[in-house]
Design a protein around this ligand. Structure first.
Ligand code: X6L
Ligand code: MG
Ligand code: MG
Length: 171
């Protein structure tokens, strides 16, 4: 018999968090706590908290956004399911597309993985267009490469006038 299953190796992944309903900071803090308690997953870094002007649907409350790095042995779709479960746990109700939400947790990047599946595309296909993602990502992972440029390069080249750091120590 083969006594051991091959060990899964942990990788870094980057998650984008946003909230613009209820106690936004509490929602983000609770989300980070739940992410860190997911199976085979630990928080490795977190960005500052940023107040950001809404994009897509602009007529909605201001967001708080952040990016966290996790070390996880979960497969990308398992990580996605963990994030969606936490969104539900925190009372997210999906009504209007791009509308207000208590919490949104997006899988942005998983180290060494590119995929295009029904449920998940990695890297996140629109992350390089969004200052509310790039600015916090560049804070914690300036040298990470996506689409041939580093996060710092992407962040330096985008209009980030709607993105304002509000708290470095928010957990
Ligand atoms: C044209 C068409 C231009 C659509 C932009 C951008 C749509 C972003 C959706 C767009 C477009 C999104 C957040 C947000 C949303 C957030 C801030 C989305 C999904 N989520 N604004 N808008 N932070 N500041 O987390 O990202 S809706
Ligand atoms: Mg999102
Ligand atoms: Mg989402």
């Amino acid at each position: 018999m083969s006594p051991l299953k091959p060990a899964r190796t942990a990788r870094s992944a980057y998650l984008g968090l946003g909230s613009n309903l209820g106690d936004r900071r509490a929602n983000l803090a609770r989300a980070v706590e739940l992410i860190g308690s997911a199976r085979d997953t630990a928080i490795a870094a977190r960005s500052s908290l940023y107040a950001t002007a809404p994009v897509g649907v602009t007529d909605q409350p201001e967001f708080l956004n952040a990016v966290v790095e996790v070390r996880t042995a979960l497969e990308p779709v398992e990580l996605l399911d963990a994030c969606l479960g936490i969104e539900r746990e925190l009372g997210r109700i999906r009504t209007v597309r791009w509308g207000p939400r208590t919490i949104d947790i997006d899988v942005l990047l998983v180290e060494g993985i590119a995929l295009d599946e029904e449920r998940l595309t990695l890297p996140h296909p629109r992350m390089t267009e969004r200052a509310f993602v790039l600015v916090p990502l560049a804070e914690i992972a300036p040298g990470i490469v996506v689409g041939g440029k580093t996060a710092a390069e992407w962040a330096a080249g985008i209009d980030s006038t709607g993105v304002r750091p509000v708290d470095r120590d928010w957990l």
